[in-house]
Design a protein around this ligand. Sequence first.
Ligand code: SF4
Length: 410
Amino acid sequence: MKRNDPTWNPWHGCHKVSEGCKNCFMYYLDEQRGQDGSKISKNKTDWNLPLKKDRQGNFKIKSGEFVRVCMASDFFLEEADEWREEAWDIMRKRPDVTFSLLTKRAHRIKDCLPSDWGDGWANITFAVSCENQKRADERIPYLLELPAKHIWVSLKPFIGEIDLDKYLRSGKIETVLCGGENYAGERPLHHEWVKKIYDQCIKYDVEFIFGQTGNVFIKDGKVYHIKDYKTQIEQALASGFQNRKNPKIKEKQSQNQINQSYSEQLTFLGDEIKMTKEEIIEFIKKQKTSIISSVDDEGYPWTRALIQPRYIDGNDIYFATYTSSNKVSHYRNNSKACIYFYEKGKDFQGVMIKGTMKVLTDQKTKEKFWMPFYKRFYKKGVTDSEYCILKFTCEEAEWFSNFKVETIKM
Ligand code: SF4
């Protein structure tokens, strides 16, 4: 299993069934999009994704891939009963791909298996999601009774202490995954809980993957708020609580362990989590749109969208624009400027940078930043008086990530 494994969502939407669903990420993301996560529907565009081919006639999902199924629902959802047989058929036709079926409805699996299931298909992994001991005791026994070739247990969000010893002892569980609560959830994950499961997995030689700490992680009574997802992953890797069986991932893991002990890492965790100037610049470079503001003669801010920066050099960011535009007129009178870049992804990350803007109209600068496609906008080419360059010099940045704000001097 890799972080970038393909996902296949044959249907979307779900009903909350237990404590772990309280801050369900699918509901959270749907809400951000103005949708209702409880509305269940079949995926119209990617219903048969595993069978889709590219222009060369090759499957889009390559042979040997690990496909995470129903990441925006539950494969054993009651409302999906009428669609599941067809989904089984799709998986039947791709024996060269491993499908991971994650569920909180373990009690339904047995009655939802296909007629030719026999003692299990080699390309199907069942993963049952358990957030605390109550749910582990409720769900794992169903899994252990199943005829199945691959059984995994996922402790995400890990919100209560769990003892898996008696289940791991069965020898039927291949892998245990764990991770803290994310997105809008803040129920804490305790270091001791992770260590306990890790020790049990080591005892029974079961693969163990600690994926991320979650938003709130507690060690030695100290509470760490870790809103940045990348840091959550790094901290989980650095904990040393990993027993990965995939040699490629093992290699990557040791590279990432950063030659620091876990306690050193936690000292880092205790500090404010700062974005570096370099990370801010890298983030800006990736964004396709710049939201740019100027101040008019009456002191009102004007905001508009511009294409991505033409060039970034240290604290200086260059844009091409129209000389007769309002913003140029504003900047000539008041050089104060502010630009916002954002990424509407998992963590809703964005950065606001403030500083000063200069209007550059000299021919040498215009030529330096000229691009052939600008001809579409400036008919007279690089000498067109309508074409000019804005040079923004950044003084301070405010980084926003998943409700956390940091100020960075640039
Ligand atoms: S079962 Fe999974 S997808 Fe469904 S509501 Fe709970 S957490 Fe969300």
